[in-house]
Design a protein around this ligand. Structure first.
Ligand code: FES
Length: 507
């Protein structure tokens, strides 16, 4: 029998056993680690740090990592075979998770509350003093379910086909419990003052947390068994909190329209607006809501992963080493890398900027093809390929088509919209100019507002007076979900919007 060795992953703090001589690449891939150059030891994107144990240094690693890095324990995960017990720090997980620091109105209440945005990729929690409205502590983390796949469909697949839903539920419940405890530790506050916890998330995250079978969400019409309000006591979740704490997972409208986007619409007070407003949440999934005081329409697309770097040959999350912005100055294209590191990949905002810049200088044509060659080097060693551009075109085409179709159902066009809120991790970092240049958002720049993490903002506002949240339920009642793929105009509009616009006036 093959000898076993143990591996611990930081900062996930997960330990497991594998057979000695296993490929580290295969092991880490199943934990959601990305290999931007496909594991060819070219990009540094899979850098790991060996905190304990020994991972041999190969020739390829000597070529790509300098002596100082090697001495400090840095290695490439795509090159390693496991010989010893290892404790490994994953460089990729050192990414920023979008929190919220917006001002909001509230009526003071007794005790503390915790707001939680349970995202497919990331988790964000805030401890709020309900007497003052002050945010006392923030905790962010990678969703530990990431090891079952980075996007929603692979998560559903793992839950149903591999019968892992119970495991995923335990993982997320225990992670959120830890985050709540950490909020009180870091703020030095007494946990007995906690009175209310509000959790929001998309329908799949809701169903996994609540123990509702997600399998029906894996096939058409992608409807959950239920996406209703779920109430818990701490003991029901096995959370070590006072039993008088109320825990609410807010409801969505079904399909992929969850409480995260609904509460964002509520927080931005779109229900009080005469004019039509749009909220686009660009995270791992792309969700869109269009509405005013009378009605709401919602749609979702699986466009998000491309914007997060998934499916892009050297794509990665917005973490250290990612090209995150690309500017043009005096005709020169200037990429900027996150952290003081060599470039090792490109994240969504960098990709959108880069394509926008190459459209402007004519290196990329409106149909997405390169003027010359099959790829462009943005910054050594990061290249964009023809396939990458195609992926981005499909993603932005799907979002732009979703917006156009929802407006059409509203008997409106882009020019009739009074304001567009861009929320979610990717939405927060993308340049509005570049989003317009590539045809993702076909609105005047002055109408586009970057709104941060509207899901967390809404969850925080919901911690206060219960009657205030009544119109959240009114929004839910007034929302109709539109299945984009079944719309008779989808194909024609998508075919039009998948191309890049001819250079437009940047107002
Ligand atoms: S994936 Fe290992 S160096 Fe690129």
């Amino acid at each position: 029998m093959a000898k076993k060795v143990s591996i611990t992953l930081l900062p996930l703090n997960q330990s497991f056993e594998v057979a000695k001589d296993s490929q580290l690449h295969d092991i880490l891939f199943s934990y959601g680690v990305e290999f931007p150059c496909g594991g060819h030891a070219r990009c540094r994107g899979c850098r790991i740090r060996i905190k304990e144990g020994h991972l041999p240094i190969t020739d390829s690693q000597k070529n790509i990592l300098d002596d100082k890095e090697l001495n400090e324990g840095w290695r490439l995960a795509c090159e390693g075979r496991v010989q010893d017990d290892l404790i490994i720090e994953l460089d990729q997980w050192k990414s920023d998770v979008l929190s919220d620091d917006s001002d909001f109105q509230f009526s003071p209440m007794h005790g503390f509350g915790v707001a939680i945005d349970l995202g497919t990729t990331t988790l964000a929690a805030q401890l709020v003093n309900r007497e003052t409205g002050e945010v006392l502590a923030i905790e962010t983390a990678i969703n530990p379910q990431a090891k079952y796949g980075s996007d929603i469909m692979t998560r559903i697949d793992a839950a149903s086909r591999l019968v892992k839903q119970n495991e995923m539920q335990l993982l997320i419940r225990s992670k959120i419990n830890d985050m709540i405890i950490d909020l009180f530790h870091s703020s030095n506050e007494n946990i007995s003052r906690l009175k209310r916890i509000i959790i929001v998330g998309n329908a799949v995250m809701h169903n996994i947390f609540c123990g509702i079978d997600v399998e029906p969400m894996g096939y058409h019409p992608f409807e959950p068994v239920s996406n209703d309000l779920e109430l818990y006591t701490p003991s029901e979740l096995r959370w070590d909190l006072n039993e008088d704490v109320t825990i609410e997972f807010l409801p969505g409208v079904g399909s992929f329209i969850g409480s995260d986007i609904l509460i964002g619409v509520w927080a931005k007070k779109i229900i009080e607006s005469d004019g039509i407003k749009v909220l686009v949440d660009l995270g791992t999934n792309g969700e869109i809501m269009v509405g005013n005081k009378d009605k709401f329409l919602a749609a979702s697309t699986a466009a998000g992963p491309a914007f997060e770097g998934a499916g892009i040959s050297m794509g990665m999350r917005a973490a250290t080493g990612a090209i995150s912005t690309v500017m043009t100055r005096n005709g020169e294209i200037i990429p900027k890398v996150l952290g003081s590191e060599k470039a090792r990949g490109i994240c969504g905002s960098g990709l959108v900027d880069a394509i926008s810049a190459y459209l402007d200088d004519g290196s990329i044509k409106a149909d997405g093809r390169f003027l010359n060659g099959e790829s462009i080097m943005v910054m050594d060693p990061v290249v964009i390929t023809q396939k990458d551009i195609r992926e981005l075109q499909l993603a932005k085409g799907a979002i732009a088509t979703g917006i156009r179709l929802l407006l059409k159902e509203f008997n409106a066009e882009e020019k009739d919209v009074s304001e567009v809120y861009l929320s979610g991790a990717f939405g927060n970092y993308i340049s509005k100019r570049s989003a317009r240049r590539i045809g993702l958002l076909n609105f005047p720049q002055k109408k586009i507002t970057t709104a941060g993490n509207t899901a967390l903002l809404g969850a925080k506002m919901a911690l206060f007076n219960k009657s205030k949240i009544n119109n959240f339920y009114e929004i839910r009642e007034k929302t109709t979900h539109l299945d984009l793929s079944m719309h008779p105009d989808f194909t024609d509009i998508f075919a039009e919007l998948v191309n890049f616009p001819i250079k437009r006036e940047m107002v």
